[in-house]
Design a protein around this ligand. Structure first.
Ligand SMILES: Nc1ncnc2c1ncn2[C@@H]1O[C@H](COP(=O)(O)OP(=O)(O)OP(=O)(O)O)[C@@H](O)[C@H]1O
Length: 252
């Protein structure tokens, strides 16, 4: 488990600034929900934490240490909205998870390392509720929810201190969204990674997050404890996002 800190983070695409000097702290072992309207820069911020968006200013720190901009198997792992973005359609799901494991120690017995890695990959598949006996399947043979579980297993296999989940349930049927969210919450408690949970769905964010940050046009406009931000918003953008979520009202 690790803290994630963004200091004056700036992301630009050509002349367009998508993230405009954001300061954000995801505390050690905490769950921070990042919300905002469409196009406000949430995904750009998330992608920047793993070097997948063009950072033009500021710093990203994990446990107070600046991280390299494109770390392989780094301390921060990102799960995308579409599992297809992170899974090779030709690779078996077992191989995809094994590939993400940290390099293993040298073993004197030929084949022993490959076997140990397959066993460890099976462990991660089990952890996300998939049958390790089906490790030879490819992503195309799985349902959307199962694919997202594989993407989660692959991210966790890299043993990140921080997980960034970007709209991970948006592409799923409503019937499986809850199961994936429950899984994520259970895994966060068991493995104790810090979580930056990006979503446009405030009801989901309230369910998971202990801190909520609100973005608008590339800037952070509000940040605080989830209870306070979602029940007594201090910014018009937050209030407007809340007004679109009638289910948040306990006594309508
Ligand atoms: N690769 C890119 N090149 C140019 N502009 C981009 C690129 N990626 C994103 N943008 C622009 O940056 C802005 C922020 O996009 P981003 O995807 O980060 O927002 P978002 O809050 O995640 O939106 P959504 O919820 O709709 O996914 C948008 O105006 C988008 O069009």
């Amino acid at each position: 488990m690790s803290s994630l800190e963004l200091r004056q983070l700036r992301v630009r695409y050509g002349r367009f600034t998508a993230v405009d000097g954001v300061d954000l702290m995801v505390p050690d072992g905490g769950i921070t929900g990042l919300v905002g309207g469409s196009g406000c820069g949430k995904s750009s911020l998330g992608r920047a934490t793993v070097g997948l968006a063009p950072i033009t200013g500021g710093q990203i720190l994990v446990d107070g240490t600046p991280v390299a901009h494109r770390p392989r198997r780094g301390p921060v792992q990102l799960v995308f909205q579409s599992p297809y973005a992170s899974l090779d359609p030709r690779m078996s799901i077992g191989a995809a998870v094994a590939e993400a494991l940290p390099p293993s120690r040298w073993s004197p017995r030929p084949g022993a390392t490959a076997r140990a890695r397959a066993a460890e990959a099976a462990h991660y598949l089990e952890l996300v509720g998939l049958d390790p006996g089906r490790a030879s399947l490819t992503p195309g043979e799985l349902s959307g929810g199962q694919r997202q579980r594989v993407a989660l297993a692959r991210a966790l296999a890299a043993r990140p201190g921080v997980l960034v989940a970007d709209e991970i349930t948006s592409a799923l049927d409503v019937s499986v969204q809850g199961a994936v969210l429950n899984l994520l919450r259970r895994l966060q408690r068991e493995l104790r990674f810090s979580l930056l949970f990006i979503s446009h769905d405030l009801a989901v964010v309230r369910y998971l997050a202990d801190q909520v940050a609100v973005m608008d046009r590339g800037r952070l406009v509000e940040h605080g404890p989830a209870d306070r931000v979602l029940h007594a918003p201090g910014h018009a953008v937050t209030a407007s996002l809340l007004s679109c979520v009638p289910t948040l009202e306990e006594n309508p």
